[in-house]
Design a protein around this ligand. Sequence first.
Ligand code: SAM
Length: 301
Amino acid sequence: MPVMTTTFAPPPTGQPAATYDSASPTLTSSEFEQIRRLAYQNFGLDLKDGKQSLVVSRLGKELRRLGFKSFEQYSRHVGSDPSGQAMLEMADLLTTNFTSFLREPAHFDFLRTDFIQQLPPNAPVEIWSAASSTGEEPYSILFTLMECLGPQANVNILATDINTRVLRATADAVYEARAVEALPQGWPRKYFLRGNGQMQGKYRVKSEYRERVHCQRFNLVTDPMPAARFQAIFCRNVTIYFDKPTQEALAKRLASTLTPGGYLFIGHSEGLGGVDHGLDYVKPALYRNGKGGLWRNSAGR
Ligand SMILES: C[S@@+](CC[C@H](N)C(=O)[O-])C[C@H]1O[C@@H](n2cnc3c(N)ncnc32)[C@H](O)[C@@H]1O
């Protein structure tokens, strides 16, 4: 078992305490439409009919915290807040953040085998985890590659999400012992510190690995694509919340951000069938940007 003697700082505790009355405001159909429009236009979330109870349960508390009596008042506030902060908070509340280490293991098998073999010798590796949630995905990518390439490898992962709370969790990189101890043998000791005292039952990713995961807020629907080119992009289990036109526009934009020969990984329950993106199908949930040597420089070297 890993040995650790220091207690690392506790993760942030989130929202300040507030008192609420327990009655949930009702959501009229025109209020649902307003919230649906805001979520769709600002972060692509396609709130289908039937999602009214999700809206009430996710936003009701926030509405009461802010002292609004109706969803109408709340959505007016979100739509007119010039700082954009209220919209950020709404995105934090409405997005679904479920994730886990080595989720959809076939993708990590592919990284360990085919992907590694195609990397030019000693080339820096730059991968984008484009809806990274609380960090299990980017750290799984990093550890998988470090295992194959060794400790000297120059691997960097860009971890982005629209949700600022999950990005803070990624940067903190504190995880439950249960999840860490289920990782392949040797990984907990190599990549994590075990907490004690207040942090008993938790592990934290060692700083030399945290440094390789660069967290940034990024909205997949509205933000301009990064200038960098990536040998692989993981954009998994997020487009299920988008409609077809949003999925299509995003797939094209992601394709333009891959190196020649670069790979796009999507969730196994997602499909790009019928979507015009210009990528080659490799196998379920995996696409490739033509042929190429995975050099990061688009000139081919
Ligand atoms: C279900 S999690 C998937 C996490 C990870 N990719 C995985 O497969 O385990 C979906 C993530 O997408 C993020 N998300 C939703 N809409 C987004 C948007 N418009 N831009 C960026 N991230 C978004 C959510 O905040 C959430 O963390």
